[in-house]
Design a protein around this ligand. Structure first.
Ligand SMILES: CC(C)(COP(=O)(O)OP(=O)(O)OC[C@H]1O[C@@H](n2cnc3c(N)ncnc32)[C@H](O)[C@@H]1OP(=O)(O)O)[C@@H](O)C(=O)NCCC(=O)NCCS
Length: 397
C-alpha cells in the first residue's frame, strides 16, 4: 500500500471512487482533458494505492476561518471515500493520519469536516463544535414591520459586493465562520448563484439614513411543498432583523413556512413565539486542533491577562500534541513550550478542540467530566484564555 498526493492523471480513478462513495454508483462523466490546467492549487487530495489501483482518497481544502479580529487556517477535509470491497481494512484511518501530518506541515493548525457519523471521526481526534438552530417558522406568525420598506431585492450574484461587508461584520461576531476569500470551494457562488433553473432572491436591508447595507437574506421557493428555503440570514442591527422578517411576512402569501439556520444568539424567539415554531439544535460540524502549540500561539488575549498554565494533552494520532505544554500568557501574546512540569489541567484533544472553539464551553466540559483540574488558578486562567463563544459556519465543503 502506498499513500501519495493525487496528480491530474489520477482524475478518472478518483471520479470513479467518488461516484461509488457519494453518487450511488452513477457513471462518472468523461474526465476533462484540460484537467491539468484546472488543478486546484488550494486543495490536496491524498490517495491510498493498492499497486496501481486507487482504493481510498481524502481531500484537504485550504480554508480560513474568521476568529474575532484574526483568521485561523483550517484544513477542510472532504471527499473521504474508500472502495466498497476495500472497507474495514484501515485505509481511511491511515489516510486521516497522513492528512493530519500534511496539515501540520502546511501550518493548518485547525481542521474541520462534516461527518457521516460523529463516532467515526471522534476516534481520530475530531469532535463536534458549535451549535446552530434549525428553525421552521410559520409565516402567519411573522409580523410586517415598517423597516420592511427599507428592504430591496437583488438578483442573486449581482448582490455580492453589497452583501460581502454585511457577512464580514456578522462573521466578526460569530467565531469560526469562513472568510469566504478562499477560491475552492467558491462559497459565495454557492450562497448567491441561481440553481436548478430557479432564482436566488437576495433581500437586503439598507439603513434609510445612510443607505448602508445592514442585513440580508437569500430566499428560494421550494421545489415542492410549502416551505421557503432561506440559505443565509445575517442581520447586524435590530432594524435590519425586523426589516428582513417583514419580507418573510409577505412571502407568507405563497409559502406557509420558512426554514433557516442561525447561531445560538439568533433573536428570532423575541420576535416570533408560537407553538408551531420548531427549533432543532444541532452541532455545526466537527473540528480538530491539528497543532496545539500553533493554535495557542495564535491567540490574542486581553493584554491584562497574565500567567502560566501547564496543559497535558492526550492525542493518539498526533505525537507532536501528545505531551505537556507550558502556556505563558503575557502582554496580549501566548508562547508555548514543551514541559515536564506537573500539569494543572489534563484533557484529550477532542475536549481541548471544543474548548478552543468555545462552544461547548470549558465550564460545560468540566461539568461533564471531560477534563481533570489539579490547579484551580490555572483553570481560571484557561477559562479566560478560552472564553465561551457563539460559533457559526454556514458553508459546506
Ligand atoms: C466511511 C468510509 C470512508 C470508511 O472507510 P474505511 O476504509 O472502511 O475505514 P477504516 O477501515 O479506517 O475504518 C472502518 C471502521 O470504521 C468504523 N465505522 C464505520 N462506520 C462507522 C460509523 N457509522 N460509526 C462509527 N464507526 C464506524 C468501524 O469500526 C469500521 O471497522 P469494522 O466495521 O471493520 O469494525 C467508507 O465506508 C466509505 O467510503 N463510505 C461511503 C462514503 C462516506 O460515507 N464517506 C464519509 C464522508 S464524511
Amino acid at each position: 500500500m502506498e499513500i501519495r498526493t493525487l496528480v491530474p492523471e489520477d482524475a478518472a480513478a478518483c471520479a470513479r471512487l467518488m461516484a461509488e462513495a457519494f453518487e450511488g454508483g452513477k457513471r462518472p462523466a468523461p474526465v476533462d482533458e484540460n484537467a491539468k490546467e484546472k488543478a486546484e492549487p488550494s486543495s490536496t487530495t491524498l490517495g491510498v494505492f493498492d499497486g496501481a489501483r486507487l482504493v481510498a482518497a481524502a481531500t484537504i481544502h485550504d480554508l480560513h476561518l474568521v476568529w474575532g479580529e484574526e483568521e485561523a487556517p483550517m484544513g477542510g477535509i472532504a471527499g473521504v471515500a474508500c472502495a466498497a470491497d476495500q472497507r474495514g481494512r484501515g485505509h481511511v484511518a491511515r489516510l486521516l493520519g497522513e492528512s493530519l501530518r500534511t496539515m501540520h506541515d502546511s501550518e493548518q493548525y485547525l481542521s474541520g469536516l462534516y461527518p457521516f457519523a460523529f463516532e467515526f471521526y471522534k476516534k481520530h481526534g475530531w469532535e463536534w463544535v458549535g451549535e446552530k438552530r434549525e428553525q421552521m417558522v410559520p409565516t402567519a406568525q411573522i409580523k410586517a414591520a415598517p423597516e420592511g420598506k427599507s428592504v430591496r431585492c437583488y438578483d442573486g450574484p449581482e448582490a455580492l459586493e453589497i452583501v460581502r461587508p454585511v457577512y464580514a461584520a456578522f462573521a466578526s461576531r460569530h467565531r469560526g465562520m469562513a472568510t469566504r476569500r478562499d477560491p475552492i470551494p467558491n462559497f459565495w457562488d454557492k450562497a448567491l448563484a441561481h440553481r436548478d433553473n430557479r432564482t436566488t432572491y437576495v433581500q437586503v436591508y439598507h439603513d434609510p439614513a445612510t443607505g448602508a447595507a445592514e442585513g440580508y437574506l437569500t430566499f428560494r421557493y421550494p421545489d415542492d411543498g410549502d416551505t421557503g428555503q432561506i440559505g443565509e440570514f445575517f442581520a447586524n442591527t435590530p432594524a435590519a432583523y425586523r426589516g428582513l422578517l417583514s419580507v418573510l411576512h409577505y412571502y407568507g402569501t405563497q409559502v406557509a413556512k420558512v426554514q433557516f439556520s442561525a447561531p445560538a444568539d439568533d433573536p428570532l424567539p423575541l420576535s416570533v413565539m408560537h407553538w408551531d415554531l420548531e427549533t432543532k439544535v444541532r452541532p455545526l460540524f466537527m473540528g480538530r486542533i491539528v497543532d496545539v502549540a500553533a493554535a495557542f500561539s495564535a491567540l490574542r488575549p486581553d493584554p491584562a491577562l497574565a500567567g502560566e498554565i501547564v496543559l497535558q494533552v492526550a492525542d493518539g494520532q498526533c505525537e507532536w500534541n501528545q505531551q505537556s505544554f507550558a502556556i505563558m500568557i503575557e502582554t496580549g501574546h501566548v508562547s508555548v513550550m514543551p514541559t515536564t512540569n506537573a500539569p494543572g489541567i489534563t484533557l484529550d484533544i477532542q475536549a481541548l478542540t471544543q474548548a478552543y472553539w468555545g462552544q461547548p464551553s470549558l465550564k460545560l466540559l468540566r461539568t461533564a467530566g471531560c477534563l481533570s483540574v489539579a490547579d484551580e488558578a490555572q483553570y481560571a486562567l484557561l477559562s479566560r484564555l478560552l472564553p465561551p463563544s457563539i460559533c457559526y459556519l454556514n458553508d459546506f465543503f
